[in-house]
Design a protein around this ligand. Structure first.
Ligand SMILES: O=P(O)(O)OC[C@@]1(O)O[C@H](CO)[C@@H](O)[C@@H]1O
Ligand SMILES: [Mg+2]
Length: 287
């Protein structure tokens, strides 16, 4: 049997580039900002518009496929991963960056069949870098094959994490306590680009050793997960168990030595699963 998902992969690359161009253009104009789950969970017309463009184009070509998109889920659509061919989309990963002109904004498109990720595309559209990975076929940035770093000594590592959009003090304390413990190992540095998809690509191309977060969503990390795995990296739950795309918890690392060392320091806090019963998020926009 040939390559069953090649046309889907090509479509993902095409529409990711198109989406990136729309985001770049929109960034030149005035951006009207609304909020979703908290006052620091930002959304703009561009997020919604780009998601419509991506899903519209893919649905036209693949009418039987299912779609999980960040903004559609925010409007109350289901977020269940079934065995059916399913696209998992974050139209703008790094909306806060987009709003502020901080130069890391990504379009993230992944494709899963039988709950297995087949490929992932992350277009870092302000840098104009196209990261991509296909199950069993390697990971690339533009035309260059990428690989994770070979560092095994945590003292020689850079680790990425993010603060998320839930600012309840209890959670923030746990996040900072974890970061403090990791910093004090000590590691070479802690970083955060503001987009989970880009963070994972930084692991995949060896610029950092690991990225972990509790509170991310499946659309933030699905494409990056394929890219990290195909670049030779590992994906785990924050408790060291198997990675679960819908769990909102993840450690991605260049190897098990680094992953397990970080896991020792992570203070786990609860996060509702992405496939928990639907709750529509109310959007707030200033008049
Ligand atoms: O809302 P957006 O811009 O798509 O997601 C931005 C983002 O920062 O939120 C996650 C959860 O904290 C991050 O790690 C992720 O990349
Ligand atoms: Mg987004």
């Amino acid at each position: 049997m040939g390559d069953p998902w090649l046309s889907a992969y090509d479509a993902a690359l095409r529409v990711a580039r198109k989406a990136g161009a729309v985001i770049r253009d929109a960034g030149e104009k005035e951006i009207k900002v609304c909020t979703k789950s908290s006052t620091v969970d930002l959304v703009t017309k561009t997020d919604e518009r780009v998601e419509k463009i991506i899903i519209g184009a893919l649905r036209e070509q693949f009418p039987d496929h299912c779609f999980i998109g960040e903004e559609s889920v925010a409007k109350g659509e289901p977020c269940n991963l079934t065995d059916k061919p399913t696209w998992i989309i974050d139209p703008v990963d790094g909306t806060t960056n987009f709003v502020h002109g901080f130069p890391f904004v990504a379009v993230s498109i992944a494709f899963a069949v039988n709950k297995e990720l087949e490929f992932g595309v992350v277009y870092s559209c302000l840098e104009n870098k196209m990261y991509r990975g296909r199950n069993g076929k390697g990971a690339f940035c533009d035309d260059e094959k990428i690989e994770v770093s070979d560092v095994k000594d945590i003292h020689k590592s850079i680790i990425i994490s993010e603060h998320g959009t839930d600012r309840s003090c209890e959670k923030v304390e746990k996040i900072f306590s974890t970061m403090k413990k990791i910093l004090c190992i000590p590691v070479h540095g802690l970083r955060g680009s503001g987009t989970a998809a880009t963070n994972m690509c930084l692991v995949a191309c060896g610029a950092v050793e690991a990225f972990f977060e509790i509170g991310i969503h499946c659309w933030d990390i699905a494409a990056g997960a394929v890219i990290v795995k195909e670049a030779g990296g590992v994906l785990l739950d924050v408790n060291g168990g198997p990675f679960d795309l819908m769990s909102r918890r993840m450690v991605s690392a260049n190897n098990m030595v680094i992953a397990e060392r970080i896991i020792k320091e992570i203070e786990i806090f609860p996060a509702d699963r992405d496939d928990a019963p639907i709750k529509k998020i109310t959007k707030f926009c200033k008049k």
